[in-house]
Every structure is written in C-alpha cells, then in structure tokens.
Design a protein around this ligand. Structure first.
Ligand code: PRP
Length: 177
C-alpha cells in the first residue's frame, strides 16, 4: 500500500512563495520580466508565484525532460518545446520545481543566454544541493531539501500526485515505476 508522509505543509509553501515573490519584486523593481516555467513540474509553483509578484510580466513555458520516467537523472537533457516569446534583451526568470543534478537548470540558462537575454536568473521551489553534478547557480531557492524523493505541488511520481497541495514522501512504491 502506498502512503504519503507530509514533509512541507501548504502553509509553509505559501509563506515561502510570498517571501520569494517579495524578493523578486524588489530585485527587478518594476522592470519588465519574462517568467518562464519549466514544464511540467513548475506549473503550480509558477501560478502561485506570479500572482504574488508585483511586476509587469510576460509568461511562457519551456518543456524539457531529463528523468525519462524514472526517479534517476539520465544526465542528458532534451528540449521538446522552447519559448514562443522573443527573448532578446529581456530579463528572464526561469521557474523550476526542483534543482537536483543541475543539468536541466544549466541547459536552460545556456538556452536563454544564446538567445540574447539581458539576464537569466533561476528560481526553484526546491534545491537538493547534495545531488549537484554541475556548478549552476540557483538565484532564488524556496527550500533546501535532503536527498529524498518528494511529490506534490507540481512534483510527480510516474505523472501522479502533482495536484497535492503540500509536499510528501511516498512509502511503499517501487523505485522505478
Ligand atoms: C525534473 C524537474 C527539473 C529537473 C531537475 O523534471 O522538474 O526540471 O527534473 O533535475 P536535474 O537538476 O537533475 O536536471 P522532470 O524531467 O522529472 O520532468 P517534470 O518537470 O515533467 O516532472
């Protein structure tokens, strides 16, 4: 039987989102910002974050994959869809649910730098520094977490559990679904 164990509550998440939104709003100070969500995992976090920010923003999404349906990183990142919004000369804020090895964040940073973004910053709800295999910088971090597999608030296990309002570990699931 699969059971969920609460790790980070809905209240903790919402406090974190408010804190990050205030920080970002203060840093960009009314400058236009292109906010880009990395699908799929970021969609709930991004939705809450942009509604707490006080900035003139555009929103777009990028779709990549790195885990190939398992809980282990393959180390190779594939771009499935890039943004449709012109990037040249814009400040870009990439929104991620989690930075693990950092391969995805590093790939995205280069992707926007190559398109001539004025600046690229990364905001991630979760950061797992113990798993890092790159030197990518994460500019805004919600929670630093240990090496445990989390679901909820956009994060999935085999495309399930994304809709949960808080973050949980799962007990009783196979490692490779
Ligand atoms: C997850 C997560 C990040 C990436 C982080 O995406 O959303 O994009 O892995 O891992 P890394 O730091 O080791 O590169 P995933 O490919 O699982 O897709 P998803 O967002 O659709 O869940």
């Amino acid at each position: 039987m699969v059971t969920q164990k609460l790790v980070i509550s809905e209240t903790q998440i919402q406090e974190c989102v408010s804190r990050l939104a205030s920080l970002i709003s203060a840093d960009y100070k009314d400058q236009p910002l292109l906010v880009v969500g990395a699908l799929n995992g970021s969609f709930i976090f991004l939705s809450d974050l942009i509604r707490s920010m006080e900035l003139p923003i555009q929103v777009d999404f990028i779709r990549l994959s790195s885990y190939d349906e398992s809980t282990q990183s393959s180390g190779s990142v594939r771009l499935h869809h890039g943004v449709r919004t012109p990037v040249k000369g814009k400040n870009v804020l990439v929104v991620e649910d989690i930075v693990d090895t950092g391969f995805t964040a590093e790939f995205i940073r280069h992707y926007f730098e190559e398109q001539g973004a004025a600046s690229v910053r990364i905001c991630s709800l979760l950061d797992k520094p113990i798993r890092r295999l790159t030197s990518v910088t994460v500019d805004y971090v919600g929670f630093e977490v240990p090496d445990q597999f989390l679901v909820g608030y956009g994060l999935d296990y085999n495309q399930q559990f994304r809709e949960l309002r808080a973050l949980y570990t799962l007990e009783g699931v196979p490692q490779n679904p």
